[in-house]
Design a protein around this ligand. Structure first.
Ligand code: PLP
Length: 415
């Protein structure tokens, strides 16, 4: 598929190690987290049912978001599962989602007996749009779940107009988009529920963790219950009201999250500044495009993506990626490699025993993954080159990345 090409570093380019979000080089975890964590341990209460830290996190996050309700949970995947459970689909109901997202956004749909129906994406932003969602609607559509991919907000005004017009609730997967805004409104505040992840590589982290927000008291109550085995804590006659799991965040995680949340606005600021510097340094390069961001949008750059015209570079997008990797830029061509529906679990409908449930209940059209239905998805994946980025990038790191990309691109450019 790709021709190996000799890639020589320009003598002027002195290789450096970039900070990584997988360890201390690229994460700001230190005294502030230690102080909170020590206080949690000293309290002797490590469960959020009795402790103070997760409650404080929920209060502070609701305030950060401007939402009425926030609940913490164990993972981003748990947050999305909690949101879907609150919507309470009937078996075989359809939830419209995106073909380019994390599997943690999809498996919860199936666990709640619903069918993920994939909307195509815009090949420039990699996000679903009102138009692609509309093409996936049916009379069985129970909810719409959008992912603000890489931190770039979906065009929510049009999506909400479509959804509200049909009375369909919207869940926003904001796992990659803390602090992102469109038309002056934060993502996670447009739909009925916003979901976030605190996994190692996200804007803020506790290793693992999740958050949900909502302004709807009934949905928020159901989410609180779903996280707590549906046990009615504080009720006069509590019981386990419905099928639910223990998805609670523990106090140790809550303590670290309280400290991380204090830094979020600063991290978002830094990421935005770093990305602007990358764009300024790269936008004139032929054969590739810097991120497509709407005028009215604030992209908060979980990752920084280049859109590459593979035909313009020796070895195509893989050749360019190899050139960058040789220069210590650990980039990922094609992001998740293939659309979500081509993953084994969805291809084989390998779910509960051999039942294929809930796909056994699906309309044929809802699980028709023919290539021609997804031109935007295939175009997006073929051209996207994902570059790492984190809050610890200094000006020196940024100029190195710019110089290294220019060096590799110039050498491989075919004209
Ligand atoms: C990370 C991520 C998730 C899953 O979150 P976890 O905390 O890893 O379970 C879901 N959706 C998107 C878009 C993500 O990036």
């Amino acid at each position: 598929m790709t021709t190996p090409v000799a890639i020589e570093l320009s003598p002027a380019l002195e290789k450096i190690q970039l900070p990584s979000d997988q360890d201390a080089t690229g994460r700001e975890l230190g005294d502030d987290e230690m102080v909170q964590l020590a206080a949690a341990i000293e309290s002797g209460t490590l469960t959020s049912t009795k402790g103070e830290f997760v409650k404080r996190l929920e209060k502070n996050f609701a305030q950060y978001m401007g939402s009425t309700h926030a609940h913490a949970c164990s993972h981003g995947t748990a947050a999305l599962h909690t949101a879907i459970a609150a919507i309470d689909p009937e078996p075989g109901d359809e939830i419209i989602t995106t073909s380019i997202t994390d599997m943690g956004a999809l498996t919860p749909i199936i666990y709640q007996s619903a069918i993920p129906v994939f909307a195509d994406v815009d090949p420039l932003t990699y996000n679903v749009t009102a138009e692609t969602i509309e093409a996936a609607l049916s009379d069985r559509t129970k909810a719409i779940m959008v992912t603000h991919l890489f931190g770039n907000p979906c065009r929510m005004a049009a999506i909400m107009e479509l959804a509200r017009g049909r009375g369909i609730p919207v869940i926003e997967d904001c796992a990659q988009a803390f602090g992102a805004e469109i038309d002056g409104r934060k993502v996670g505040r447009w739909g009925d529920i916003g979901c976030f992840s605190l996994q190692q590589g996200k804007h803020i982290t506790t290793g693992e963790g999740g958050l949900v927000v909502s302004d709807d008291a009934d949905l928020a109550r159901r989410m609180f219950l779903f996280i707590n085995k549906a046990w009615g804590y504080g009720d006069s006659k509590p019981d386990h009201y419905f099928l639910a799991l223990n998805y609670r965040m523990n106090e140790l995680t809550g303590a670290v999250a309280v400290a991380q949340l204090e830094k979020l606005a600063d991290f978002v600021e830094r990421r935005t500044r770093i990305a602007a510097a990358l764009t300024a340094g790269l936008e004139d390069l032929p054969g590739l495009c810097t991120p497509a961001v709407d005028q009215n949008a604030r992209h908060t750059y979980w990752k920084y993506c280049l859109r590459v015209d593979g035909a313009k570079f020796a070895g195509g997008i893989d050749g360019l990626a190899r050139g960058l990797r040789e220069r210590e830029i650990l980039c990922a061509p094609r992001y998740i490699q293939k659309p979500a529906f081509e993953c084994q679990v969805l291809r084989e409908q390998r779910t509960f025993g051999n039942s294929r449930f809930p796909f056994s209940l699906a309309r044929p059209e809802a699980i028709d993954y023919r290539r021609e239905k997804f031109p935007g998805t295939y175009a997006a994946l073929a051209s996207v080159l994902v570059l790492p980025l984190n809050e610890k990038y200094t000006d020196q790191h940024v100029s190195y990345v710019v110089d290294a990309i220019r060096d590799a691109a110039n050498q491989l450019y075919l004209g």
